[in-house]
Design a binder for this molecule. Structure first.
Ligand code: ATP
Ligand code: MG
Ligand code: MG
Length: 281
C-alpha cells in the first residue's frame, strides 16, 4: 500500500482533536511503530494553522525528556502535513479518569510528579505548554507518563488570543490569567496541573458551566469545593499542593515547577499518604 513520505505505513486511527488526526503507523525504514499526527484537511490551506502545526513540532522537538513524547520527523506530502513521534502504547489520562477516578492518592501523586517533571524541563527551555489536560497526558503500559500536544505551546509571555481572536485550549483547565486573555507563563501550566490532580482525586472538575465563557468566569471569580470535602481519603499534604497550585493570584501559586515537584515528592514520604480527613478505628 501507500507509505506516507515513502516510509510510514498507516495502521489505524488512534485519536485526534480539533486540529489534527492521530494514527498509529509503522516506520518501514527503522522497523518500529510510530504515531503520526496529520493536520486536518479543512486547515491545509490556512497559513495560521500550518504555522501553528509547525510550531507544535518545533516546541516538542526542542525538548528531550523521558516524560515528553519524542518527535522523530516532520513532513509534507501534497496537502498532508504530518508530525511523526514516539508511539505510546496505553491510554490517555482522560480515559483512565473516566474509567476509574477517584484514583488512589499514591497513584495520582506519582502521575502528577511525572507531569511536573516534564513541565520543569519545558520551562527550563522557555516553553510553556498552555494546554495541560488529561487528553494530552499519555500513560504507557509500563505506567510511564508522557506529555504530548504542544499545539499551543509558546515561548514565555505571549497572549492566549490568537491572531484570529479565538481562544485556544480547553477552558476547564485554563488558569485565571489564561481565561482573561492575559499573558501566560509557567504558573499557568502549574494551575492546569493542579486541576488535573484535583480531577484524578475527586473524579470531578472544579468548575463546570453552560458555556466556555461561564467556565472562564468561574476560574476568575468563584471558589471551588475543597478536594477533601469530595473525597475524605485525600491526604492533607496532597490537598495542600492542589490548593497552592490553584491559587487565583499567580503570585500566591507555586513559583516554579521545581517548587511544586518538591512538595509532590514530600507527599510520598512515609506516613504522609495516610492522613485522611476521617478517622478509622
Ligand atoms: P486537541 O484537541 O487536544 O488539540 P490534537 O488534535 O492536538 O487534540 P493530540 O492531543 O496530540 O491531538 O492527540 C489526540 C489523542 O491521540 C490523544 O489524546 C491520544 O489518545 C492519542 N495520541 C496522541 N499522540 C499519541 C502518541 N504519541 N501515542 C499514542 N497515542 C497518541
Ligand atoms: Mg490534545
Ligand atoms: Mg492539540
Amino acid at each position: 500500500g501507500h507509505e506516507l513520505g515513502g516510509r510510514y505505513e498507516i495502521i489505524a486511527r488512534i485519536g485526534g482533536g480539533g486540529m489534527a488526526l492521530v494514527y498509529k503507523a509503522h516506520d518501514v525504514l527503522l522497523n518500529r511503530n510510530v504515531a503520526v499526527k496529520v493536520l486536518r484537511q479543512q486547515y491545509v490551506h490556512d497559513e495560521e494553522f500550518i504555522r501553528r502545526f509547525r510550531r507544535e513540532a518545533q516546541s516538542a522537538a526542542a525538548l528531550s525528556h523521558p516524560n515528553v513524547v519524542s518527535i522523530y520527523d516532520v513532513g509534507q506530502e501534497d496537502d498532508t502535513h504530518y508530525i511523526v513521534m514516539e508511539y505510546v502504547e496505553g491510554n490517555n489520562l482522560n480515559e483512565i479518569i473516566k474509567e476509574r477516578a477517584p484514583l488512589q492518592a499514591e497513584e495520582a501523586v506519582r502521575i502528577a510528579i511525572q507531569i511536573c517533571d516534564a513541565l520543569e524541563h519545558a520551562h527550563h527551555n522557555q516553553i510553556i505548554h498552555r494546554d495541560i489536560k488529561p487528553h494530552n497526558i499519555l500513560i504507557g503500559k509500563n505506567g510511564r507518563v508522557k506529555v504530548t500536544d504542544f499545539g499551543i505551546a509558546r515561548a514565555v509571555t505571549s497572549s492566549t488570543i490568537t491572531q484570529t481572536g479565538s481562544m485556544v485550549g480547553s477552558v476547564h483547565y485554563f488558569s485565571p490569567e489564561h481565561a482573561k486573555g492575559s499573558a501566560t507563563g509557567e504558573k499557568s501550566d502549574l494551575y492546569s496541573l493542579g486541576i488535573v490532580l484535583y480531577q484524578m482525586l475527586t473524579g470531578k472538575l472544579p468548575f463546570l458551566g453552560e458555556s466556555p465563557i461561564s467556565v472562564a468566569l468561574k476560574h476568575l471569580q468563584e471558589n471551588f469545593e475543597e478536594p477533601r470535602e469530595l473525597n475524605p481519603y485525600i491526604p492533607q499534604s496532597v490537598e495542600n499542593v492542589i490548593l497552592k497550585a490553584m491559587r487565583k493570584n499567580p503570585n500566591e501559586r507555586y513559583h516554579s515547577a521545581t517548587e511544586m515537584l518538591a512538595d509532590l515528592e514530600t507527599c510520598l514520604q512515609p506516613g504522609r499518604l495516610r492522613e485522611p480527613k476521617i478517622e478509622f478505628d
